[in-house]
Design a binder for this molecule. Structure first.
Ligand code: ZN
Length: 132
């Protein structure tokens, strides 16, 4: 299987299918509702509309768009201290960030040569990755 296919498949799998398992494990008696709430957290991607270009494969969403910023992620983390729907939203958002994060960093790490280029152009964090 080729790299792009596997990367795309993983991305959509984590966005749409994996939350079913999260809902099933943590919210078994209301897993459908939990799953739908987590799907709805995909709305954070609307922040991409403020960027130009809207999508750039050489840019990590996490740490760039305002709803994907590290400050926003800190706020999402705080929702875990609440109960009910707010916590489900927080889990969805944090998992979304993890998905976007791996989509850029993990796959660039696997493709190390590209990673260095991306690092120089768009990123201030995770310098240590460059030495792996
Ligand atoms: Zn996103």
């Amino acid at each position: 299987m080729d790299y792009i296919f596997l990367k795309t498949f993983t991305h959509y799998f984590l966005h749409f299918i994996f939350p079913v398992f999260i809902a099933w494990v943590f919210y078994r008696n209301q897993w459908k509702k939990a799953y739908l709430i987590m799907l709805a957290t995909m709305l954070v991607d609307l922040d991409h509309l403020f960027a130009d270009p809207i999508f750039d494969p050489d840019r990590s969403s996490v740490g760039f768009h305002f709803l994907h910023s590290y400050y926003a992620i800190a706020v999402y983390f705080l929702t875990l201290f609440f109960k009910g729907n707010i916590r489900i939203i927080g889990i969805g958002l944090l998992f979304h960030m993890l998905t976007d994060f791996q989509d850029f960093h993990l796959w660039n790490l696997l493709n190390h040569h590209e990673y260095s280029l991306c690092y120089f152009r768009h990123h201030r964090f995770f310098v240590f990755y460059r030495h792996l």
